[in-house]
Design a protein around this ligand. Structure first.
Ligand SMILES: NC(=O)c1ccc[n+]([C@@H]2O[C@H](COP(=O)([O-])OP(=O)(O)OC[C@H]3O[C@@H](n4cnc5c(N)ncnc54)[C@H](O)[C@@H]3O)[C@@H](O)[C@H]2O)c1
Length: 305
């Protein structure tokens, strides 16, 4: 079978981190990239970075949590550029802290963005790809869903985030066989810690705010950059990989969850209040950073997304 060379690629959350690196990666390979983000200036910045290097890209404003916006977006892409060959459902938000501190609204937002945002992307662009394959059976497509190593790393620190990412992983596994009948491949990408803005932008509830700050400082210095994920996405599309952990830590979690589940459950207990405070102190000493204020609001310690 001929190598799959996407002509048109859609990336959500393309204004930062993994989405931006993925958009730039595909643009370097010759694809036209539709850069969608809830933040219009961030999406435009990515487009500028691509076009300045001679690539082709177009910016769109999209809140992936809005199903009507998805319909308009997909129709506008088809009208202007044709059917997208690859859709990378990347947009996501972080949320951490004790389960009992999460409100119904917290759950609604994280499910709307992290899970339903991916469902809608697969639904509207999957339908276009299936239709094109019926009309032109030699045409294929690909849906890439950005889950996380959290999908198979139970943790008391990330109940809502991990639940949505596990759902994205299972969604991807579940639609894979059906979409294959329509000439569409599906991959769930499961990165471990990657140096992006997600830690700073996360909603952190209960006593987890100080650790959020430490995590941002620590991972921006020591975690691999988002281009690593972009390269794994290209590899997964090329070889039709169903589930792709990225980073050594993600592979260790993947293996532990599947072959030594009790160990995963043991690790899930790490991170109670006193442990978090000790971790924050240790992080501050190691990183030489001042201790961040632990609360900016009575309950939610950081809410920027
Ligand atoms: N960074 C990591 O360590 C890591 C690890 C595993 C998985 N992930 C996943 O990778 C994806 C990208 O995260 P990142 O680390 O690059 O984060 P990031 O915060 O750097 O980028 C996320 C982008 O998504 C956009 N976005 C947020 N909500 C949106 C919405 N409702 N609609 C459209 N766009 C929206 C933001 O504006 C931002 O540009 C997320 O799904 C995240 O859960 C990240």
């Amino acid at each position: 079978m001929a190598r799959f060379e996407p002509r048109l690629v859609v990336v959500t959350g393309a204004g930062s981190g993994i989405g931006r690196a993925t958009a730039e990666h595909f643009a370097r390979s010759g694809s036209t990239v539709i850069c969608a983000d809830i933040d219009p200036s961030a999406a435009s910045e990515t487009v500028l970075r691509i076009t300045e290097r001679g690539g082709q890209a177009d910016a769109h404003t999209l809140d992936v949590a809005d199903p009507a916006a998805w319909d308009q977006f997909a129709e506008s892409v088809r009208t202007t550029h044709g059917v997208a060959d690859v859709v990378v459902n990347n947009a996501g938000i972080g949320m951490g802290g004790p389960f009992l501190e999460h409100t119904a609204e917290d759950w609604r937002r994280v499910v709307d963005v992290n899970l339903l945002g991916v469902v809608h992307g697969c639904r509207v662009f999957g339908a276009q790809l299936a239709q094109r394959h019926r009309d032109q059976p030699d045409q294929r497509g690909y849906l890439v869903n950005i889950a996380s190593a959290a999908a198979f790393t139970p943790s008391r620190l990330l109940p809502a985030y991990a639940a949505t990412k596990a759902a994205v992983l299972m969604l991807s596994e579940s639609i894979r066989a059906e979409m294959a009948d329509h000439g569409v491949g599906v991959t769930a990408i499961c990165p471990g810690f990657i140096a992006t803005n997600i830690y700073a932008a996360s909603t952190l509830v209960g006593g987890s705010g100080a650790v959020g700050g430490i995590a941002q400082d620590f991972f921006s210095r020591f975690a691999p950059g988002p281009d690593l994920v972009a390269r794994h996405i290209a590899f997964a599309i090329r070889y039709g990989v169903p589930v792709m952990p990225v980073t050594l830590g993600a592979w260790v979690s993947y293996g532990t969850y599947h072959f030594a589940t009790p160990l995963s459950r043991l690790a899930a207990k790490l991170g109670n209040d006193s442990g978090l405070n000790r971790l924050a102190d240790l992080g501050n000493r190691l990183l030489g950073t001042p201790t961040r204020p632990s609360t900016t609001s009575p309950r939610h310690e950081s809410r920027t997304s």
